[in-house]
Design a protein around this ligand. Sequence first.
Ligand code: JFB
Length: 236
Amino acid sequence: MWRISVLTIFPEVFPGPLAASLAGKALAAGAWSLDVVDIRTFATDKHRTVDDTPAGGGPGMVMKADVLGRAIDATATDERPRLLLSPRGVPLTQARVETLAGGPGAVLLCGRFEGIDERVIAARGLEEVSIGDYVLSGGEIAAMVLIDACVRLIPGVMGAAASGEEESFADGLLEYPHYTRPQNWEGRSIPDVLLSGDHGRIAAWRRAEAERLTRERRPDLWAAFLQRVRAGSRTE
Ligand code: JFB
């Protein structure tokens, strides 16, 4: 079974939104598992201290190496990748999500405050992963994002929708626009081509819209797409 262990000082926030929808049904049905470990239970002092002032001075607090080391050692006794959610991590991509979803699961360490003692990262072989270039206040929401992205790829969790080839990013393009009834809504109608029944024209329209949206919104993805198209036409 695909297995996630989350280490956090806020265990009560899990599963949170992951309990809703198809991912939650799959969790309840045993298609994947979620173990939540309260880091604070590995603190040894009367006040269950998990953080301390930064060496060298400066603002904020740092999560203690000894407490985190014990929490990891009690949890990560198998071959799962150990990931630290961090604003300075390697950016999470759909390719990495696919690799993680195809593996045994992961151990996710959620930091708080200014971050964690650097020595834990090397000593416990943590890989730092970021969900994007903006600043969160801790790793918990980032962990939920990573878990959600992986769980929807586990066979049987989402049904046909997630495995389809029309998925966003599947061919490096953004998704085409979607419509459903009513045919006329607030004076806006569904594009005629989608009501034509001509599957060839519909596919061509969707493809053109996907390319237009990618070109307009994501010049980075559009450049990579053009690169692949050109490389492909050289080798065929
Ligand atoms: C993750 C976190 C903090 C240092 C620390 C723990 N994409 C992302 N943005 N922010 C985070 C993240 C991921 N993944 C993130 C873990 C922690 C942020 N903080 C707060 C803010 C700035 N610098 C503590």
